[in-house]
Unconditional design. Structure first.
Length: 365
């Protein structure tokens, strides 16, 4: 079993006056784990259903392995889809659920059972073949749904937020298991989610969507460390935002005049020039907090502020600071130093840890 690549060419889909997907172009590599990440209503579910063939796009082409899917119904495409509610047959045994596709193809009962148990072993579910779905845990039911989808030998597996109904601990475990299954089967996985943690942990590539458009495509590390827009910077992870005006610019860095002083960062857009308004984004965990200035720091950006609030978050402490004309959040290991509300402190961060981006739509607008 091996996966195929998927090409989406100028895909547009409208519902009346509403544009759900807007002139989208991208390529999903074969044998990869690819995630569409975005808030509710961004178009990701519509896009998945277009790939599956349940919806015909208003415009554009879906190519799977270079084959145009126009006019090909869902059951004739080299795809399988796992829905959020899993849609297992409640009165069928687990092996019968998995073997349903074999039954439709006329495979003998004995062979259906053998092949179903092979698939259950593949998704790490030995010994459950004779149970009913309601006798399994949520995570086990998820794996049964995956085994059933793999039974049709898809080259592309489409997953529509399959972990959304699970509790936090189970979701975290299933993230690891899904990634392992994809690597073992080498089927192309296309996964949609609004949960950034899932997308970053599992994916080879992530496409961040908003308003029917892809805002950025890249590896999880690129998406997190080098956001190219205000929306991506605020939707993926936590970010501090500092407003200012560009005073100097090199080919990949710039200096920003802000109420808290001059700050340096990497340019997220080549279109920014001296005199332009811009926003600097820096992750809370990339900031260093000190009671007195650290004379040995290599960080170019140094600020002074007062602690407004401290929040305990297990292994970390979240510190909210008031700076001149702005505020900043810093995350640091709990127990490293005992800070206090009202205390004056110093913050620093490196130029390479800050991104300077054009003002625009944010995730909390």
């Amino acid at each position: 079993m091996a996966g195929r690549n998927v090409e989406l060419v100028h895909i547009t889909h409208t519902y009346g006056s509403l544009t759900a997907v807007d002139d989208l172009n991208l390529s999903v590599p074969s044998n990869s784990f690819f995630s569409f990440l975005g808030p509710s209503g961004c178009g990701k579910t519509t896009l998945l259903r277009i790939i599956a063939g349940f919806i015909q796009p208003s415009e554009g082409q879906v190519l799977i392995g270079a084959e145009d899917m126009a006019g090909i119904p869902p059951n004739k495409r080299p795809t399988a889809m796992i829905f959020q509610n899993l849609a297992l047959f409640p009165l069928m045994r687990v092996w019968e659920n998995v073997a349903f596709a074999f039954e439709v193809r006329g495979v003998t009962r004995k062979q259906r059972r053998i092949r179903a148990e092979e698939l259950l072993d593949r998704v790490a579910l030995p010994g459950v073949a004779d149970k009913l779905p309601n006798e399994l845990s949520g995570g086990q039911r998820q794996r049964v749904a995956i085994a059933r989808a793999l039974a049709v030998q898809p080259e592309v597996l489409l997953l529509d937020e399959p972990l959304a109904a699970l509790d936090l601990k189970l979701r975290q475990r299933m993230v690891t298991e899904l990634r392992t299954i994809q690597q073992q089967t080498e089927v192309t996985f296309i996964y949609i989610t609004h949960d950034q943690g899932e997308a970053l942990a599992m994916s080879d590539q992530v496409a961040v969507m908003s308003g029917g458009r892809v805002q950025q495509i890249g590896s999880p590390q690129e998406i997190y460390n080098q956001p190219n827009s205000a929306f991506v910077a605020t939707f993926v992870g936590e970010s501090n935002r500092i407003r200012g005006t560009i005073t100097r610019k090199t080919h990949d860095q710039a200096t920003l005049s802000t109420p808290a002083g001059e700050l340096k960062g990497c340019l997220g857009s080549a279109e920014l020039h001296p005199g332009d308004e811009a926003w600097l984004f820096v992750r809370p965990e990339r900031c260093t907090l000190d009671v007195i200035p650290d004379s040995n720091t290599t960080a170019e950006n140094r600020l002074q502020g007062r602690i407004l609030q401290l929040d305990f978050d297990g292994p970390s402490q979240i510190c909210n600071l008031q700076l001149a004309g702005t505020s900043l959040q810093v995350v640091y290991p709990y127990g490293l130093h005992q800070f206090h509300v009202g205390e004056q402190t110093h913050v620093s961060f490196r130029t390479e840890d800050a991104m300077i981006i054009q003002p625009g739509e944010t995730a909390y607008d």
